[in-house]
Write a protein that binds this ligand. Structure first.
Ligand SMILES: Nc1ncnc2c1ncn2[C@@H]1O[C@H](COP(=O)(O)OP(=O)(O)O)[C@@H](O)[C@H]1O
Ligand SMILES: [Mg+2]
Length: 283
């Protein structure tokens, strides 16, 4: 069980996240929605301890995450892998090495500095790439991949951390609908197969409805909705998104990416018959 108790984060006088409380049972897939500036990114970054809360506490089981430091903090950051809108790969390193970087917190600093990964780790990395359908890119420089491919590399890297939680901050905001679907399907697969908790910020309502069993709506730093997609009715949407700058109510289609399934099937069909990726990786 993961728990936020009265968590606030201020920047100056402004509370980006304001007295937030919620519990997440292990294995839930949660979407966090809200307007730009609602505090979604700050919330995720506090869970990962990239940002510290000003007040309140964060707990994972018996561990007070918000009190961790040193090695224990690094272990927590390994346990909750983060996926970003802009992928955050090392563009001039090859894909395989980028994925292997997910192992850094599992190993000694010296070995990491020497960039020496074990055969088992390399096999694990290839398996992660195969799972995401991009094993044929293993030796390409990460920066040469399309956005959708790069986000899949980032997910493979997250898998290498063997995380208990995956936090994704608008993982599909820079992607076309086809790649958005591939990436969301991958997150759902991780959630369902491994039972890993997924918390993802989403700027589109329909994606949250389609993929998440639970939706948390934020406005001005506060949780203003917490329920199932079925409970997210027009009133709730209005509470979360309010009205636009002209005073008109938000139309749900404005928050839609209309992820198509037809194009996704075509892409899967196009997946190349790859030249044995294990051989490519020198295994
Ligand atoms: N590092 C920061 N310094 C100052 N203000 C920040 C910082 N990060 C976020 N904020 C402010 O906190 C509020 C919430 O931001 P954010 O968490 O990025 O919202 P969202 O992800 O929902 O768009 C915004 O008003 C933003 O300007
Ligand atoms: Mg954000």
């Amino acid at each position: 069980m993961f728990r936020l108790k009265n968590v606030t984060r201020r920047f100056g006088k402004h509370a980006a996240v304001d007295a937030v409380n919620f519990d997440i049972p292990q294995g839930q897939m949660v979407g966090v929605i809200g307007r730009s500036g609602a505090g979604k990114s700050t919330l995720l970054r506090m869970i990962n301890r990239l940002v510290d809360p000003s007040e309140g506490s964060i707990h994972f089981g018996d561990v007070e995450v918000s009190a961790l430091s040193g090695a224990a903090l690094r272990n927590w950051q390994r346990d909750c892998a983060m996926i970003f809108q802009q992928f955050n790969l090392v563009p001039r390193l090859d894909v395989l090495t980028n994925v292997l970087l997910g192992r850094l917190n599992h190993r000694s600093t010296v070995l990491s500095m020497l960039n020496m990964f074990t055969r088992d780790e390399r096999i694990m990395a290839i398996a992660a790439l195969e799972r995401l359908g991009i094993e044929q890119t293993a030796l390409q420089m990460a920066g040469t991949l399309s956005g959708g491919q790069q986000q899949r590399v980032a997910i493979a890297r997250a898998l290498m951390q063997e995380p208990k939680m995956v936090l994704a901050d608008e993982p599909i905001a820079s992607l076309d609908p086809l790649n958005a679907k591939i990436v969301m399907d991958a997150l759902r697969d991780i959630n369902e197969r491994e039972g890993i908790t997924v918390v993802t910020n989403l700027h589109t309502l329909d994606t949250a409805r389609n993929y998440c069993e639970r939706i948390i709506g934020m406005a001005a730093g506060k949780v203003v909705f917490d329920g199932s997609p079925r409970e997210l009715d027009a009133d709730a949407v209005r509470t979360i998104y309010g009205t636009d700058s002209d005073g008109n109510e938000i139309d749900e289609t404005m928050t839609s990416t209309a992820i198509g399934t037809h194009a996704a099937r075509q892409d899967n069909a196009r997946k190349s018959a790859s030249p044995t990726p294990l051989a490519l990786a020198g295994i």
